[in-house]
Ligand binder design. Structure first.
Ligand code: AQP
Length: 332
């Protein structure tokens, strides 16, 4: 809670062009909190450098991710939209919380295991302690809810453990946050390998649908999506490809998975895949349009960044100075 209001916090790394996984699992749900909560949505560039980034691309994607936040409907007047590295309190609290998080806890994080397997030549300490920085992001704002996709659930659970541990030693320091994962869309799978999560850094372009892909590209990617043996359009553990497409269609049209199965009963995969592509392209068209308008006005995006950084830093400083006082650092 901050100023008597509940708080929603989440972040997205500017580590690639955002996918419909990032959109359906996380960003689309951020706006739900805009009216009644204090909301902080960060472009978490410090997280992105846990894997090697091209500096010019990282900078460009930072603007792009912010533009996308606004394009999906996050009004900068109602939400604090900011860039993580503009608020030094994140890195400062992360150092402190590193001393309240156990090596064994971090070793169990599945994302660390996945990413260190994928980047075997760069298993840096930041990749290992990434979840502590994420805990700092969340705890700095006394966050109540964290809207995320299911891959981040383990990190929010770790955040809760760190907060509980810290609060036991120094009572009433942090709000203990709850993860909020959408029932449908919390884990969108790759179109090329449906047993794998769709990831923005996937090098296989046919595996991902980007929020900013044009209509023809979206439809073509869905037409190429890997489907399963048989021809029935129904969800089943032995049909990961079709099950994923049913989820995506359901998220973009608002129909339940049962309604989707009934609608396509007796119809073929080809027809279904085209329908999913069209529904996705229709839903994303207004986002794309707004995004390109925003991106043309860098000055405006920088104003939003500055205003967001000011507000975020104000609240972050409050928590950080409380933490410093409690642990025995001298506050001048
Ligand atoms: N496939 C997905 N389905 C549903 N939600 C997803 N998210 C990511 N992939 C899916 C959610 O998007 C938010 C932002 O993610 P992130 O930028 O913090 O990084 P990530 O979770 O590591 O996502 P990516 O796309 O896989 O990025 P890279 O390739 O850079 O590692 C989070 O809430 C996440 O759960």
């Amino acid at each position: 809670m901050l100023d008597g209001q509940k708080v929603s916090f989440s972040g997205v790394q500017p580590s690639g062009n955002l996918t419909i996984g990032n959109y359906l699992g996380a960003i689309k749900n951020f706006a739900e909190y805009s009216e009644k909560y204090k909301t902080f949505y960060g472009v978490v560039d410090e997280h992105a450098i846990t894997v090697r980034q091209n500096p010019a691309e990282l900078r460009r994607r930072t603007y792009e991710t912010l533009a996308l936040y606004i394009a999906v409907g996050l009004d900068p007047e109602k939400n604090t939209l900011y860039v993580q590295s503009h608020v030094p309190a994140h890195a400062e609290l992360a150092w402190i919380l590193n001393c309240y998080c156990m090596f064994g806890e971090l070793s169990r994080m599945t994302q660390f295991k996945d990413k260190s397997a994928r980047h075997a030549d760069n298993i840096n300490a930041g990749l290992f302690t990434y979840p502590v920085l994420m805990a700092s992001d969340i705890l700095l704002y006394q966050t109540d809810v964290v809207p995320i996709g299911s891959d981040q659930k383990q990190h929010v659970e770790l955040t809760r453990n760190i907060a509980d541990r810290f609060n036991q030693i120094f009572p009433d320091t942090f709000t203990v946050p709850e993860p909020v994962i959408p029932k449908s869309g919390g884990r969108i799978m790759s179109l090329a390998e449906p047993e794998k999560k769709m990831s923005k850094s996937d090098e296989n372009e046919n595996a991902t649908v980007r929020v900013l892909d044009d209509r023809d590209t979206i439809i073509r990617k869905f037409r190429r999506a890997v489907t399963d043996s048989g021809s029935e359009i129904r969800r089943s553990p032995d049909k990961p490809g079709v099950s994923n497409l049913i989820t995506i269609y359901s998220c973009f049209t608002g129909k339940t998975p049962e309604e989707v199965e009934a609608e396509f009963d007796g119809r073929g995969y080809a027809e279904f895949k085209t329908a999913v592509g069209e529904a996705c392209a229709d839903a994303l068209a207004p986002v794309r349009e707004k995004y390109f308008e925003l991106l043309a006005d860098k000055g405006y995006l920088e104003e939003v960044m500055k205003k967001g950084a000011g507000t975020a830093a104000y609240y972050a400083r409050k928590t950080l100075s409380k933490v410093r006082r409690k642990i025995g650092f001298v506050n001048l």
